[in-house]
Structures are given as C-alpha cells and as structure tokens.
Write a protein that binds this ligand. Structure first.
Ligand SMILES: [Zn+2]
Length: 684
C-alpha cells in the first residue's frame, strides 16, 4: 500500500504524522504575529510542505516539539526571534500561534498544573525477537483535544533497571486516537510500566503482557518446505499451478476464474507534432498488439488554397491534410485536427490535444509511429485467465473453506511466493505428515496467487512500482503517454462495501491516483474474480488477503467516512475476540521462522492500525458474504541493532528477504487453516 500513517523518523526525537485526509473544518484564522527586536518566542508555524520541514531539520532549526499535521498541513513549533520569524515567513511558513514568549514560562507551568489529565494504558506488550526484548505501549489521555500534551512512559525490569521514552500523539482523520511509540529495545523483560503527562497526569502502574503469547505445534522431522527459488512472474505462476495440479491430481483442482483480464496490452499511441510546442495525441482504438503497433500518422500541407481538412488511411498510414485559406496557408488548429481524426475514424483512432497545445496552429508533422510502449517480450498478449488452486481431500463444499489471495497490488512481488509456498507445503507433506494430512482432509483451501497478473507483468517489465491493473479509464489529456505509469485501477479499492462511491475515505476518483477506485464498484475483472470465487463456494468462511509490506495483521472495519470518522460497523465483542485470539496464533506461527513479531500496534482493524481503505476486498467478504476476512502486510520492519532503528523492507527487497517472508508467512497461512479446522470442530 502506498501511503501509511506511520511515524517517519526525521531526527532522533522528532517524528512526523501525515494524515491521509484533511478535515473539513477549518482552523481559526491566525492573529497577526509580531515580535519586538530580539524577542524570542515559541511559535507554531504551518509549513507549506514536508520538504521545508526536512530542510529545517537538516539545518538544525530549534524545533521545540514534534511536528504534526492538521487539516493536511505540516505544523511545527519553532523557537525564533523577530529576524528568524521574518526569514521563515518569507520561505512560506505561516505563523499560527505564539505558544510562549521568552519570559512566560512560570505562567505556563501554572496553567498546566491546573489541568492535570488522566492516563490509561490501551496496550502494553513485550516480546523477544532473536534474543532482543522489545516493549510497545499505547496510552490515552483524557485531555484529548490538547495537541501539546506530552506523555512519557517509564519502565522497570525485574532486576531494577529503569528507563523511559516519549510517546507521540496519533490523530486520524482529525480525531485523537492515542499516544504511542515504535517498539523500544529493553535490556530485559519489563515488569512494570507507568505513564506521566506534561499536564501532570499519571497512569496506574501496569504489568506488560507477553505478545503474542501463542506458539504453533512443532513441525515433524522431515517436513518439506522451501519451494520458492526466485521471484515469480505471472507466467511462472501459471506454470507452477499447472505443475502442482499434475503432480497432485487427487488433491488439487485448478479453477479458471470467470472474468478474463484485459491482458498485458495497451493501445498504440504517438505524438503528432512536438509535445514541447504543439501536438495532438493520436491513439489506436484497438490494442497495439491487434495490428496497431507501427501504424503511422502524419499531417501534410495540401499545397493548394481553400482546402478543407481531410484525411486518408491507407497502407497503415493515416495522412491528415491540413485546411488552407485563400492564400494557401494552413489554418487548421490542434483542436481541429484532434476532433477531425476522432470523428472521421471512430472505429480506428481517437485523438486528443496534448496538454498545453490547445488552440495552437497544427504543424506539418510526422510520420509518427504508433506504439503500445510495452517492454515485455516474453509476456503472452491477449486476455488473461486468472487461476485459483483448490486444495483438499474433499472438494465438494462440505468442508470449511479458507480463501487466500495475493498480489491485488502488482508491485507486491513477495506475496504470491507466500501463497504458493503455503500451497506446496500442504501438498508435498500430505503423504508423510499426519498433521498436514488431517488439515487437507478436513479443510477446503482456495488460493489465488496473483489476482492482478496484467499489472504484475507491467511491474516486472515496464515500471516496477506499478500498483494498479492495466485498464486505462482516463479521458482527454490524461491519456497522454507521459502518464502511462499512473493509469489503471486500484483493484483493492474497487469492491462494493464501504466504497468511494458510498462516500468512504481512502480511494480516489482521479484516474491517475494510486488509489483510483475505478468507474464503478466491481468495474474490474480482477475484483469480480475474487468475489465470484467466494460466492461460488459458500463454504468459505475465512479469508486472508496477502499484501506487502510493513508487517500488519488486520481485519474489518477497513474504512470510515471522514466526517466524524465513522467506520463501517465494528465486529461484535465475540467476533473481535475471535479475530484477536486467531491473530495471536497466526502471529506466533509467523514468528517461529526467524523471530519476526508483528507488532501489537499493527494488529487490529484496518481502519485503526493502517488507514481507511474505501472499497477493499476484505470488507466486502466480511460484511456482504459473512466471511471472517483478514489482511496480511508481509515484510515487517527489521530492527537494526547498529543504528537502533526499525528499517522498512519495501515492495521488492533482495530475493533473500522475499524468500524469508514467503517462509514465515506461509507458516501464518498454515496456522489460519488450523484456525479454520479448530473452529469447525468446536461448532460440531
Ligand atoms: Zn497492497
């Protein structure tokens, strides 16, 4: 997922929150700020952008508190004098509030003391990872509306070692949530934590709980794993599916999902003219591979007076003859030419005026060669059939069903490795491991390794950060090929529940946005396939949507409306308990591989721990189809002992990291199957 409301470290004790959605309510207009010559003051500024904040940090500016955002703007509290105030204002910083003048410290302390708040631990968990102990806490203050409250957590170990660390305020959609910090390294297991605030409030002393507090059954000797040797393209994945079906015919069905995708294809396009001067964008209606790559287009001067605009298409060359006046001078504009081509050849070409070329005289230009621009030479053209594996001894719908699907987002290359490793472990160990055999006998497992193969092909061959599918719904000047890497629909914003079209937050109507929701709910073949599979198999009652990266484990609700931050309905307390208890088991299973512990702060409802994702698939599976639907973000941050920092792994880490992710998260999916089996057994 591209945007995450995470803490971005910009300096040791300095973090920045970026909120996804500006609040509708506007801040009060700032009063005029004036300082006497040489007078120091602590002033809250609204900075024009994050880049200025970075410059200030790099330049050693006296930032008094952590910056934050409000109404989409970056706010920073800075100690300045009158000269510095003038300099910052000249750079675009807007002074909003004089928090404190140079001599008012005593008065402020008095005011704070009168308003002591109450603190309450929402979370206090410790765990060990590769011999290292970590503590993570969330604390809520009753002074929810005071953005200046600073909270410090103090910890103690059994042998009396103590220390403390600051928390940072977390707001979402303009609403205070809690204060928290990234997991902190500890010298040993913490046995007590307390919190204190700058308003004078304190919490009760708490004994942190162990996280996740669950371990899976051990694997038997001879258990087979590690079936992933390299990143896999959609072609590789199709071959793997075929091989598994051939190798284990008694345990596997291959399901061809009903909606073929567009395929790895694009229309062919060319600039007619110079896009830096005056140009028309000419595009084929059919895809480039349908005989339109290599078609040429040109404009010519007819060389005679009083000619109308005209065109011929012959021998794969479109020739446009420009109109002329009484003197024989060409008089067609870019708009004339674009409209003429679209009207004259509606079945074959469409043309739009390039941005910035509107109304300009159309030059004599070309011939220009239309091309789809696709770089992948080993990708089959044509519509793609997305496939699912169905694994189980009894595949007649009588067993509880589990659905796991990956690569809704094209660039998340590690995710199909997770689901394919999971699939092959079930199959390869069936004959020799009784525990695996029992799972495969008792559960009906559906796996879609790549939901979005067209986007994946584009990610492998053309633009590695491609997130969306390959369907271009843009119109007009946004069809300019300069935007080619921004086209497509975000498959995981194209579902029907809590969608952009319903007014939920976290998707866009802009066809160039990374979270473009499509033209309508389920406008895309990719999303329709996921729902079609789930609907066709009503025994499916658990689902896991595998994404990368960041190390999250999430469940509904996944979206809210901005005004008041109203989420989709919360699960019942029983369902929430099932989600959390299962999460502990699955997080515990993931941790057995190489000690990766998904943080408690990243375990919970999508809307709370990540962001609002309007129209995501898990919400439709849960609210409409009654499936308990989770999401993984594989690829947890790694602790760097040298720098004492958590470091992100990215969408396409070096293969060794992706391989490790596939192994640990396949463990998690196996535990999910055990959860399905245990729940079915408990209900009998
Ligand atoms: Zn994703």
């Amino acid at each position: 997922m591209s945007f995450r409301p995470r803490w971005v470290a910009v300096a040791a004790a300095l973090v920045l929150i970026v909120l996804p959605v500006p609040r509708a309510a506007e801040a009060a207009p700032p009063a005029a700020v004036a300082l006497d010559p040489g007078e120091p003051a602590l002033i809250r500024f609204r900075l024009p952008n994050e880049a200025m904040l970075q410059r200030l940090v790099a330049g050693g500016e006296d930032l008094a508190a952590r910056p934050r955002t409000q109404n989409g703007a970056v706010l920073a509290d800075i100690v300045v004098d009158d000269a510095r105030l003038a300099a910052l204002t000249a750079q675009g910083a807007e002074p909003l509030q004089v928090i404190q003048r140079g001599s008012s410290g005593a008065a402020r302390a008095t005011r704070l003391a009168a308003q002591a708040d109450t603190l309450h631990f929402l979370q206090a968990y410790w765990w060990t990872s590769n011999g290292k102990t970590f503590l993570q806490t969330q604390v809520a203050t009753t002074a929810t509306d005071d953005p200046d409250v600073e909270i410090t957590v103090t910890w103690r170990t059994a042998d009396g070692a103590t220390g403390s660390f600051p928390l940072v305020r977390f707001e979402d959609s303009g609403e205070y949530q809690y204060h928290y910090a990234l997991p902190q390294p500890m010298p040993a297991k913490p046995v007590q934590v307390t919190a204190a605030s700058s308003l004078g409030g304190t919490s009760r002393a708490i004994t942190p709980a162990v996280w996740p507090g669950a371990t899976p059954p051990p694997l038997p000797a001879g258990y087979q794993k590690d079936f992933v040797d390299a990143y896999m393209t959609p072609v590789d994945i199709k071959a793997r599916i075929k091989r598994l079906a051939r190798q284990y015919p008694k345990l596997v069905d291959v399901i061809n999902l009903p909606n073929k995708t567009q395929g790895y294809r694009r229309t062919a396009v060319a600039y007619l003219g110079d896009p830096n001067a005056a140009a028309v964008i000419v595009e084929s209606v059919a895809f480039g591979d349908q005989g339109m790559n290599g078609v040429q287009v040109r404009t010519v001067d007819p060389g005679a007076a009083n000619r109308p605009l005209s065109a011929t298409y012959k021998d794969r060359v479109l020739t446009v003859r420009l109109a002329t006046d009484t003197t024989g001078k060409t008089i067609s504009t870019t708009d004339d030419v674009a409209a003429f081509i679209s009207a004259r050849y509606p079945q074959r070409f469409r043309a739009v005026v390039e941005e910035g070329s509107a109304g300009l005289p159309m030059p004599v230009a070309g011939p220009a060669r239309l091309d789809d621009g696709l770089q992948g030479t080993e990708v089959p053209k044509g519509p793609w059939t997305v496939q699912a594996l169905r694994i189980g001894k009894t595949r007649d719908g009588s067993k509880p069903g589990v659905l796991s699907y990956s690569q809704e987002h094209a660039r998340e290359w590690a995710t199909p490795l997770v689901t394919l490793e999971f699939a092959e472990r079930l199959l390869a160990n069936y004959a020799t491991d009784p525990a695996t055999r029992q799972l495969v006998d008792d559960v009906d497992i559906f796996i879609i390794p790549t939901v979005n193969p067209d986007g994946a092909n584009y990610s492998f061959n053309d633009f590695n950060f491609q997130r969306k599918n390959l369907v271009n719904h843009c119109a007009g000047a946004t069809r300019d090929p300069r935007y080619r890497n921004s086209w497509g629909v975000d498959v995981n914003r194209n579902y029907t529940v809590g969608s952009y079209f319903d007014g939920y937050v976290g998707a866009s109507a802009n066809c160039l946005s990374g979270t473009y929701a499509g033209t309508a709910e389920l406008s895309e073949a990719e999303s329709r396939n996921v729902i079609a599979l789930a609907k066709a198999h009503p025994n499916i009652n658990l689902a896991m949507n595998v994404h990368s990266y960041g190390g999250y484990f999430m469940w509904p609700p996944g979206a809210y409306k901005a005004d008041g931050r109203v989420t989709l309905p919360r699960p019942s307390i029983d369902e929430s308990k099932f989600f959390l208890d299962s999460a502990r088991r699955i997080v515990g299973a993931i941790a057995t591989e190489r000690g990766t512990v998904t943080w408690p702060s990243y375990t919970g409802p999508v809307a709370d721990v990540l962001y609002s994702a309007a129209g995501n698939s898990a919400d439709q599976l849960y609210y409409e189809l009654g499936i308990d639907a989770w999401d993984f973000e594989v690829g947890n941050d790694r602790w760097n002992e040298t720098t004492q920092q958590w470091e992100g792994v990215g969408f396409q880490p070096p293969f060794d990291e992706a391989h490790a992710e596939s192994q640990e998260y396949a463990n998690g999916l196996l535990e999910l199957v055990r959860v399905a089996r245990d729940r079915a057994a408990a209900e009998q």
